[in-house]
Design a protein around this ligand. Structure first.
Ligand SMILES: *Cc1c(COP(=O)(O)O)cnc(C)c1O
Length: 385
């Protein structure tokens, strides 16, 4: 059997043609295609502003800066995520802390968030300036409850929706920022839609959008209204903040734009595969994904929970040996050696740790055929028998 990855991109001839056209155009770096891609994402999810970046990691960094995170400020996120969701706080000189996940959804446990906030208030401990919930595997987290706590405690919500473009929460489409102050998407090849590398912030807040746009490109502006003092002429620009070169190229943007035209097909196939997995795996001694009834997942990942760590390792190794490239999402961020050096250690978030030892992501991507899926399920059944 050929290699079956846990996830991969689909690039068709229209995507290739779009990139070729840009290669032959006047612009390679950030140009008109970036605007087209931003507009396509805005139209798809219904926010007011979109700012594209060269990665979601860059977007998360800038989102934290736009939210005002600086030396000594506190950012809370979940341990069950990619390290970038926490690193972005450290880039700003801030500190990070973690809220455990819910045992069923694997998303931030909002009751634990509420308790931790109440405890900080009661004991006069520092409250977070920003909370970064993650829509794990494509399932939106409990956004309304998080918003309510944000209003009560005065923190900014940066929703890491790297897994979740196309997901919905109640009446809201992820990225419309009905609950979050900023939402961040990733367009890494393994995600739902790809631009090779890329990320985006969406927001309805003009100030945050302006700041994010500035920081994306060195803190430089050509907008006379933003300048200090006199505008010397058409050549003139001013650096009014300390930003970065986090720009997306037009090559990447046009690929993302072309892929956005196909997003409904991508999402539909993922949904279908998820339904089929749910059916085919029912009755087996493993836990299939649980969705709350107010969400639709974008199905970036399909994760199953095995009985214990030994069982997970046995099945993981056996499937990899058969070229079924299962994976694990995620090692709790704070157990990474870098975070342990900062003083974190095992035991902080027991639910995320138990989850980590038992979880396995099985193949989930647009091109996965029914036959391949049946093969994966058949092997799992044999291994669990
Ligand atoms: C992929 C991912 C990121 C980082 O995305 P890049 O575009 O690779 O920088 C951040 N957070 C989560 C949850 C992710 O899955």
């Amino acid at each position: 059997m050929k290699k079956i990855p846990y996830g991969r991109q689909n690039i068709d001839s229209t995507d290739i043609k779009a990139v070729e056209d840009v290669l032959q155009s006047e612009w390679l770096t950030q140009g008109p295609a970036v605007g087209q891609f931003e507009q396509a994402v805005l139209e798809f999810c219904g926010a007011t502003y979109a700012i594209a970046f060269n990665s979601a990691t860059s977007a998360l960094h800038v989102a934290c800066m736009a939210a005002g995170v600086g030396a000594g400020d506190l950012v809370w996120t979940v341990p069950n995520t990619f390290v970038a969701s926490a690193n972005c706080a450290l880039y700003c000189g801030g500190m990070v802390d973690f809220v455990d996940i819910d045992a069923k959804t694997y998303n931030m446990d909002v009751a634990k968030l509420a308790d931790k906030l109440a405890d900080c208030r009661a004991t006069n401990k520092q409250l977070p300036k920003v909370v970064i919930p993650v829509d794990f595997s494509g399932q939106p987290c409990p956004l309304a409850e998080i918003r309510k706590l944000a209003d009560e405690y005065g923190f900014i919500v940066i929703e890491d929706a790297s897994h979740a473009i196309g997901a919905t929460y109640r009446e809201s489409k992820i990225g419309d920022c009905a609950y979050a102050d900023m939402t961040v998407f990733s367009f890494h090849p393994v995600k739902i839609v790809t631009s090779g590398e890329g990320g985006m912030i969406t927001t309805n807040n003009a100030k945050l959008a302006e700041k994010a746009g500035l920081l994306r490109s060195h803190g430089i502006t050509r907008t006379p209204g933003l300048m200090v003092g006199e505008n010397h002429g058409d050549w003139y620009y001013q650096q009014i903040d300390l930003g970065f070169n986090y720009r997306m190229t037009d090559l990447q943007a046009i690929l993302g734009y072309s892929q956005m035209k196909r997003i409904e097909a991508f999402l539909a196939r993922r949904r279908q595969l998820a339904v089929q997995y749910d059916e085919k795996l029912s009755g087996l001694p493993l836990v299939t994904p649980y969705l709350t009834d107010d969400v639709n997942s974008a199905w970036h990942l399909y994760v199953v929970l095995l009985k214990n760590g030994a069982e997970r390792k046995r099945i993981f190794d056996a499937m990899r040996a058969l070229n079924i490239m299962v994976n694990v999402h995620y090692v709790p961020v704070y157990t990474q050696p870098y975070y342990e050096k900062l003083g974190f250690g095992a035991g902080l978030c027991p639910v995320a740790e138990d989850y980590y030892w038992r979880t396995m992501s099985i193949p989930m991507y647009y091109d996965l055929t029914d036959q391949e899926q049946d093969y994966v399920v058949g092997i799992l059944k044999e291994l669990l028998a």
